[in-house]
Design a protein around this ligand. Structure first.
Ligand code: PLP
Length: 362
């Protein structure tokens, strides 16, 4: 087999090699069915067992919280941006949003279209390089929910802890840090995440919600965009992205093998620590973008003294097999996305390469 790239892509992103190999081994003939899982009915016993297993495994990794249901949806996290206000904002209400950066802004804009949007706090004054102090976050009196973006993939910031929203449901976009660390699901009314960063391939969006929130939706919105449609039909109202869901199940198995959320968190903190320490210890050759207390352990954003040097760095890194280090086009700079599936060895290799680059170019 050819050498695997040092993959720092932001999404779609690295998958565990063990999962890819397992999927490869069962690709053509799934569980002696004589066909790939992609070729079988989503109403059949084999597919349904995978579908249900993935839901159970996800809840089990989250400590089996009571009264929660897992949905598998399509249209990415971006569709959730629209569905959340459509389903939850009643007349006279708004959605309250914590404005932390690019993704929070996209979610907020959909709420503006679909009902009403309120800013519960913002870090615009800090150019979105920090998460607002939790004590400054206040939902509107008429808020249907409080929405947070647990990890801003583009800016490289992450909540260390989540705000207490009281009796108002807390909704989180966890697309870029779901299952990267332990957290208390019971704090949340609804969590959603596009799978392509930490859970598997693109094509499926995972929703974990309190059943009381999704069991009954307004009958005025299109059937496919109502949470209760997916809830009542166990995410089998229409044809689900079966292969992506199968892959999510395999990734979840792999997370269990890493010691669950506590195990994966320890590994993630080691990786992020290595990289941030390297950046902080580089005498300003590299510098971290996010405020230290808001730094993401998933997306490490950093800069060099000039854009020209950054370009040289990305080019030299590519020649050595490092992929995906260019920052998002909207903010520039550099970014290493070190999701669950990125091995420590890749991060160590990057840190060594950064050292080498500094010595030869600095
Ligand atoms: C990638 C990402 C999205 C967009 O996800 P799609 O599945 O492409 O719609 C939304 N929110 C966050 C935090 C992301 O990282």
């Amino acid at each position: 087999m050819s050498k695997r790239a040092y993959n720092f892509n932001a999404g779609p992103a690295a998958l565990p090699l063990a999962v890819l190999e397992r999927a490869q081994a069962e690709f053509v003939d799934f569980r002696d069915s004589g066909m790939s899982i992609m070729e079988m009915s989503h109403r059949g016993a084999i597919y349904e067992s995978v579908h249900n297993e993935a839901q159970e495994r996800l809840l089990s990794l989250l400590g089996n919280p009571k009264g929660y249901k897992v949905l598998f949806m399509q249209g990415g996290a971006s569709t959730q941006f629209a569905m959340i206000p459509m389903n939850f904002i009643s007349a006279g209400q708004v959605g309250s949003y914590v404005m932390t950066g690019s993704w929070a802004d996209k979610a907020f804009k959909e709420a503006k279209l679909a009902g009403g949007a309120h800013v519960a706090a913002t870090s615009a004054d800090k150019k979105f390089l920090a998460i607002p102090e939790l004590s400054t976050i206040t939902a509107a009196d008429n808020a249907a929910y409080l929405h947070v973006t647990s990890n801003e993939t583009i800016e490289g910031t992450q909540y260390a802890e989540f705000p207490d929203s009281g009796s108002i449901p807390l909704i989180a976009d966890m697309s870029s840090d779901i299952l990267s660390r332990s957290f208390d699901v019971n704090q949340f009314g609804l969590i959603y995440a596009g799978a392509q960063k930490n859970l598997g391939p693109s094509g499926v969006t995972v929703v974990i919600a309190k059943e009381e929130l999704i069991a009954e939706s307004p009958s005025t919105i299109p059937t496919i965009l109502r949470y209760d449609t997916h809830y009542k039909n166990n995410s089998l109202y229409n044809t689900p992205p079966s292969y992506s869901i199968y892959m999510v199940n395999e990734v979840l198995k792999w997370i269990e093998e890493q010691g669950g959320l506590a195990g994966i968190e320890a590994k993630n903190r080691d990786k992020a620590g290595l990289l941030y320490n390297h950046i902080d210890g580089s005498d300003g050759f590299f510098r971290g973008v996010a405020e230290p207390s808001s730094r993401s352990i998933m997306n490490v954003t950093f800069r060099m003294q000039s854009e020209d040097l950054e370009k040289q760095f990305v080019k030299a890194a590519e020649l050595e097999g490092f992929v995906g280090l260019k920052g998002h086009r909207s903010v520039g700079g550099l970014r290493a996305s070190i999701y669950n599936a990125v091995p420590y060895e890749s991060v160590k290799a990057l840190s060594d390469f950064m050292n080498h680059f500094q010595k030869t170019q600095g």
